[in-house]
Design a protein around this ligand. Structure first.
Ligand code: 26Q
Length: 815
């Protein structure tokens, strides 16, 4: 209590109220009486941002960072989602602002929902970057995220007659209160032209004469760590024309032509490439990559020289992490800057470069590995191509020397792929130019060493490390599941918010019926919230007492949403033929976007919706089975589905899902996993124990073995499984598409012939695992016990742990 007789808490609420009203009046320019939810969001965000800004500029970070090594996280994607709750929560202002808004007659929930998601990413890789930014701020690591400020993030998905449609996403249409434009931080980004070779004092010099210059302008978004401990910048670049308007053309009357340069330049930061796990290979994409890499390196080199004077000490003061190969051209750009702009000798430049960079690989799928046709690369970045040739020659010479009897080795470790049309392999470039390369789960890292990078791993042994992914518990537990968080604080102590390993204490009470009931009650409340979303968006009801079986992720054939759909159809048939059996009443929930050009994935979305239509309108399975496809999956929808999930579908073909992170979010929130031994599922199993997870299917080694044998197994698999045969006949015969009986024939033909993702190999085993799920669901105490054991053993999957490992073992920065 203070002198005025009010408590500090009341005082804080009064201050927040005054701040929000001041922002509404003076910044939004509205009378609160006329404010919309969106206005309240802006006013609230600006009031919250002031606190962040003080911390951001308060000198704490800058002085703390002085003399310390900085971490630069280069990523073409940052899938942040909404920021208001993140900021308020991490500053421990959430309750105060809720009360302040409540006093003003405004529901904070509506204010939260008025914020558009910052969807500057596709899926796992982009969301991981966002979790990492939050963890780096939390651990007090002086880190900068660098990326692109896309005008349009990932497209908005609409489901029309069961088909996916894409619409542009417009998160910036009303501006965003979170960013600061730094017009003074602008760099020239050059493209094209030619390279002139000169000899000066007997030393060859290379002078790049670009044909085009684009400006990169910085926008900073502060990233707040837990308890406001630290605030780091996410610096995103926006493209502007060097000449906003060609006046000479305009004056001649060519008003459109006068603006075409502006349009061409601005195109670079217009839109996020919506492909996930496929390399687009288009010129604009390469322009995006080089644009943000060049701006980021110029920026960090400026900063380094300002503080330390020269670049020799760069590796001691900076660690640059490449988030997949998307920024891998940075290796060549760093060399170019050191050689051409700073006149360093090659070996000095190479030492600095290769001891500064490290690279994370997120996928081994061949179609996702980035390669660039040499002519395209040369036309856009002629000097960089020269440098890459030089790097490659030295690398191949050294390899030849060390492995004199293995000439075949050279073609596999070369940066240039000489098969069908010469191409640059960015994975090879990133590997060769980095001191450390990491995979994102134990299995994935092992597979990197055995497959794609097998030979490079022999040439440069010891460079590959594992860093199993993690998730930030602030967003994925504390903010999205306040009910569970409150219970954890009570049972495990408040310190659990700072030390997730204390969640383990929950396990002592796993058999306590009182705790079980509380956990079940929290889950049910979360499910009721999701039921309302389903009703609001789809117009039908689902029962909160059913098992919520969820598969939420990008639509990709390797993730096998189709396997889940086959099982759905088999279950639908089985329930109808045996209605009195002990089926667990289920709601199958799907959500996820397909890349706009991914025809097969879009047809599977249509299949899910057609199955949903048939099943949901069939009275004979009422109360036993419902199928839901929730449109426009994004971070905000994930925050609602995950706390409400009972069963987490992680059913990729073993060896194909590098890690997965949704699997971690769901298990942390008490969903049991049904999954293959793939990616981080294996580590989840190791942590929660075999009895608390439903594992099925071939292992990665068995998948490999069957592929090597080369014999098509689909025919045999189908012949051996009457149930599978019936399902395929039904779908292929048009049972779910009477309006177009052949609609799904391509899917079924694909399974009968290729079955590239081995669904028919795993179907029976998956079915059996689902029946084990039914059995456990019908023993609610046992189910809840298993859920508790899952929650209790997920602490290791905190991204704070992951980032601490990167810091110690890759970046060599103190935590
Ligand atoms: C490449 C070139 C051109 C256009 C697009 C792309 C592109 C874009 C995004 C290629 C791949 C991606 C995304 C990959 C991704 O999200 N991988 C996921 O990374 C997660 C974090 O490590 C893992 O958990 C997932 O298993 C992995 O699939």
């Amino acid at each position: 209590t203070n002198t005025a007789g009010t408590s500090d808490y009341e005082q804080a609420i009064a201050e927040a109220k005054a701040a929000i009203i001041a922002k509404m009046t003076l910044s939004v320019g509205k009378d609160p009486g006329y404010a919309t939810d969106r206005d309240w969001f802006v006013a609230t965000a600006l009031a919250a941002r002031d606190r962040v800004t003080h911390r951001f500029l308060g000198g704490k970070r800058a002085s703390k960072a002085d003399g310390k090594k900085r971490v630069y996280y280069l990523s073409l994607e940052f899938l942040i989602g909404r920021q208001l709750t993140d900021v308020l929560y991490n500053f421990e202002l959430y309750d105060i602002f809720r009360a302040a808004l409540g006093d003003l007659g405004v529901d904070i929930e509506r204010v939260r929902e008025a914020e558009p998601d910052a969807a500057l990413g596709n899926g796992g890789l982009g969301r991981l970057a966002a979790c990492f930014m939050e963890s780096m701020a939390t651990l007090g690591i002086p880190a900068y995220g660098y990326g692109i400020r896309y005008d349009h993030g990932l497209f908005r998905q609409v489901i029309k007659d069961g088909w996916q449609q894409e619409f542009p996403e417009t998160w910036l249409e009303n501006g965003t209160p979170w960013e600061f434009l730094r017009s003074d931080v602008t760099y020239d980004i050059r493209f094209g032209g030619s390279v002139e070779t000169k000899t000066v004092n007997n030393v060859p010099r290379f002078i790049w004469h670009p044909s085009e210059v684009v400006h990169a302008v910085a926008y900073d978004t502060p990233i707040v760590g837990w308890r406001g401990s630290n605030v780091n910048p996410l610096r995103l670049w926006s493209a502007r024309a060097a000449d906003p308007i060609a006046l000479s053309l305009f004056n001649k009357g060519d008003h459109v032509g006068a603006l075409s340069d502006q349009a061409r330049s601005a195109a670079i930061s217009k839109v996020l490439y919506p492909s996930d796990e496929t390399a687009a290979g288009q010129e604009l994409r390469l322009r995006q990559e080089y644009f943000f890499v060049s701006a980021s390196l110029q920026d960090l080199i400026n900063r380094h020289i300002r503080i330390y004077g020269d670049l020799y000490s760069l590796p001691d003061r900076a660690a640059i992490q490449l988030n997949d190969t998307h920024p891998a051209v940075a290796i060549a750009e760093m060399m170019r800057i050191l050689l051409d702009d700073h006149n360093l000798r090659w070996d000095e430049a190479w030492r600095i470069t290769s001891s500064t960079f490290s690279y994370t690989n997120h996928t081994l799928l061949p179609e996702a590995l980035e390669t660039w046709p040499l002519p395209l690369f040369e036309r856009l970045l002629p000097r960089h191509l020269q440098i890459i040739y030089f790097i490659n020659n030295l690398h191949l010479e050294a390899t030849k020397k060390n492995f004199p009897n293995e000439p075949e080795l050279l073609s596999s470790v070369s940066i240039i792929d000489e098969r069908d049309g010469r191409r640059l392999r960015m994975g090879q470039l990133a590997f060769i130019g980095s001191h450390t390369i990491n995979g994102v789960s134990a299995l994935h890292t092992d597979l990197m060493k055995e497959t794609t990078f097998r030979d490079l791993n022999r040439v440069y042994p010891g460079r590959i490390q594992n860093k199993t992914n993690g998730i930030t518990f602030r967003r994925w537990l504390q903010q999205s599941n306040p009910g569970l968080t409150k219970l954890l604080c009570e049972v495990c102590g408040e310190e659990v918010l700072d030390k997730p390993e204390l969640i383990k204490r929950l396990e002592e009470h796993a058999d306590d019926p009182a705790l079980q009931q509380r956990i079940a009650k929290i889950k049910r409340a979360n499910k009721v919230v999701l039921c309302k979303i389903v009703t609001d968006r789809l117009g039908f009801r689902v029962e909160a007492d059913s098992l919520f079986d969820v598969q939420i992720k990008r639509q990709h054939e390797y993730k096998r949403q189709l396997l889940n759909l086959l099982e759905t159809v088999a279950l639908y048939d089985a329930i109808r033929s045996n209605p009195t059996a002990d089926w667990a009443p289920r709601v199958k929930i799907f959500a996820g976007k397909a890349a706009a050009s991914y025809v097969a994935a879009k047809l599977i979305i249509k299949l899910a919706n057609d199955i949903a239509k048939t099943v949901n309108n069939d009275p004979s399975v009422q109360g036993k089975l419902k199928v839901v496809f929730l449109p426009n999956y994004n971070v905000s929808l994930a925050e609602k589905i995950i706390p409400a999930a009972d069963l987490s579908e992680q059913i990729s073909t073993a060896g194909m899902e590098a890690s997965g992170t949704g699997n971690m979010k769901l298990a942390l929130n008490g969903a049991l996993t049904i999954g293959t031994l793939d990616g981080a599922n294996i580590e989840i199993k190791d942590n929660v124990g075999d009895d608390n997870i439903f594992i099925f299917g071939l292992t990665a080694a068995e998948v490999e073995e069957r592929k090597r044998a080369g014999a098509p197994t689909a025919t045999d698999n189908i012949a051996a499984s009457p149930m599978l045969r019936q399902v395929l006949d039904a779908i292929g015969g048009g049972v779910f598409s009477p309006d177009d009986p052949n609609r799904f024939k391509p899917i079924i033909d694909g399974l009968r012939s290729q079955d590239r993702y081995m669904l028919t190999d795993d179907f029976d085993s998956y079915w059996a695992a689902q029946r084990r799920v039914d059995e456990l669901w019908n023993q609610p105490e046992k189910w809840t016990r298993a859920a508790i054991v899952n929650i209790a053993n997920m602490a290791w999957f905190s991204s704070d742990r992951t980032i601490a490992e990167y810091a110690e073992q890759i970046w060599k920065v103190p935590v």
